[in-house]
Design a binder for this molecule. Structure first.
Ligand SMILES: Cc1cc2nc3c(=O)[nH]c(=O)nc-3n(C[C@H](O)[C@H](O)[C@H](O)COP(=O)(O)OP(=O)(O)OC[C@H]3O[C@@H](n4cnc5c(N)ncnc54)[C@H](O)[C@@H]3O)c2cc1C
Length: 484
């Protein structure tokens, strides 16, 4: 039996396992559903190349989910997550921007003014992750962390044309998007990469720790259920090589990501009692699991322009305007076209995740409910107007012309996509908050021996992409909550 069993060796799980196992008095075991490579040389080249997203139809290292993005008219989509050591950070774009001061003010308000998750409290945790190769000497940065972070100096034609268009439209330059007081404007995207390699938490944290005798990491092991003794978590059931095993631990930490951590809690009897009983799952504890998650809706505008493509990180530059992020992708998602993304970063509409079945091999039902709030429709339409103006300044032609504002309703639905940044399925809150699944120390309320350390716990929409924040949450948990 180990001290700490971590379910999922993904973005947060890799950080957590590496940090906790630095104390040789502890024993840490990680169970990861996807493949594990124990040396960097063993990792397939596709997963290392930061100039490509390894999420094509043949990719074997993905969870794939069919989801509903919106109703009336219905919009269906497929989303993915990394099912591999390092998790989604092993297959993502490497954009490495922190959440904002405003985000943590909102997060702290939800905790009744607690300072645990204030910006000043989390800043040292963001810093310890990174080796910022551009601004490492700045007091708000780290220069010695495991993850190298770099910004593209010489952008590709798409990045250069976009920057020029933003400047011509009057937007300010933001030299460092991770500067705590950075305001609106266009800036170079900090990217977790070095020498063309994607540098996620598997390479940066977990693999270098694998020779520790107190750390074991097992791949191809799918955790199906948490075992309880009364209200105490004592282990998990898992599937490995077609057989069911049970593993025991003093405490269990879920780092399976916002979709699978929530699904695992539900399958284990923590959730809405009516929903669980309808599926024949014995109720352990009532909780608002899967309710009110958040993600960034995005309108993808395909366009043609005389801008030759060249291998580059997916996003070299972004424009931040209020709660909107404009993304000039360097890679083509539609043959013969470029794509400009217009994303809403603080949407009001929230989604829900439920089980279709108690059977662990059946994927959950994920209903985004994007655009149900009028304000989101208005703001997303504003975002499209900004994007349209920039395309005009870039000399680019949208493939499907952008309608006038008043006629944009249906067009928004047909161009609706998601940023794949789902968070907040098991959200954090204070003791009197009935919707809170975990407390401010990431412990699942109502039971003992069970914590969640991944994006599931985030109680607010994050104004930036979530990878850096997933790792920060793990640094916080390792340093403040799970150290003993
Ligand atoms: C294609 C794509 C591109 C993205 N690009 C960016 C980007 O450029 N920048 C950015 O900020 N964000 C990006 N994101 C989002 C970001 O990568 C993720 O939100 C973040 O990495 C999630 O971290 P996590 O620790 O919560 O979960 P994950 O990293 O997904 O880790 C969960 C881990 O748990 C494992 N697991 C799940 N269930 C079980 C189980 N039952 N038993 C055992 N193991 C299990 C999984 O296999 C996985 O390894 C992207 C996401 C995707 C999918």
């Amino acid at each position: 039996m180990v001290d700490t069993l971590i379910v999922g060796g993904g973005t947060a799980g890799s950080v957590l396992a590496a940090r906790l196992s630095a104390d040789s008095r502890r024993t840490i075991r990680v169970l990861e559903a996807g493949p594990l490579w124990t040396t960097p040389d063993g990792i397939p080249a596709e997963l290392l190349d930061i100039a490509a997203l390894p999420i094509g139809p043949q990719a074997q290292w993905l969870w794939r989910y069919a989801v509903s993005l919106a109703d009336d008219p219905p919009v269906h989509a497929g989303i993915v997550r990394g099912k591999v050591i390092g998790g989604s950070a092993t297959v993502n774009g490497g954009y490495f921007v922190r959440a904002t001061r405003m985000d943590f003010a909102a997060w702290s308000r939800l905790l009744g003014g607690s300072e645990i998750w204030s910006f000043d409290s989390v800043l040292p945790m963001y810093c310890r992750i990174e080796r910022d190769l551009d601004f490492g000497d700045a007091p708000w940065h780290g220069a010695r962390g495991p993850i190298p972070v770099r910004r593209t100096v010489d952008p590709s034609p798409v990045g250069a044309a976009f920057t020029a268009a933003c400047r011509a439209a009057g937007y300010a330059d933001v030299p460092d998007l991770n500067e705590p007081e950075a305001g609106d404007g266009v800036g170079a995207v900090p990217c977790a990469s070095e020498d063309g390699r994607r540098m996620g938490p598997a390479l940066g944290y977990l693999l270098p720790a694998l020779d520790r005798p107190n750390l074991t990491v097992v791949g191809e092991t799918y955790v199906t259920r948490i075992r309880f003794d009364g209200l105490r978590a004592i282990g998990v059931d898992c599937l490995r090589e077609g057989r069911t095993h049970t593993e025991w631990a003093d405490r269990v930490v879920l780092s399976a990501g916002a979709i699978e951590s929530a699904a695992l809690l539900l399958r284990s009897g923590i959730g809405d009692p009516g929903h669980l009983r309808a599926l024949g799952i014995p109720v352990v504890q009532a909780a608002g699991v899967g309710v009110g998650f958040s993600d960034h809706p995005e309108i993808g505008i395909d366009y043609r322009a005389d801008l030759p493509a060249r291998p580059a990180i997916a996003l070299e530059r972004v424009l931040e305007v209020g709660a909107v992020e404009i993304r000039p992708y360097t890679m083509s998602f539609t043959p013969g076209c470029h794509t400009l993304g217009a994303a809403l970063m603080r949407p009001r509409s929230t989604g829900s995740l439920r089980l279709r079945s108690a059977d662990p091999v059946v994927a959950p039902l994920i209903d985004y409910r994007y655009l149900v709030e009028d304000q989101d429709r208005t703001r997303l339409s504003d975002a499209v107007s900004i994007a349209g103006e920039l395309l005009g300044r870039m000399g680019a032609e949208p493939v499907d012309p952008i309608p006038e504002r008043g006629d944009r309703g249906r067009w928004l639905h047909t161009h609706l996509a998601t940023s794949q940044h789902l968070s907040g399925t098991c959200r954090m809150g204070h003791d009197n908050d009935p919707a809170a699944v975990v407390d401010e120390r990431c412990r699942v309320r109502g039971v003992t021996g069970l914590s969640i350390v991944d994006l599931s716990v985030v109680p607010i929409p994050l104004s930036r992409g979530p990878q850096a924040t997933a790792m920060m949450i793990a640094e916080m948990a390792a340093d403040r909550f799970l150290a003993r």
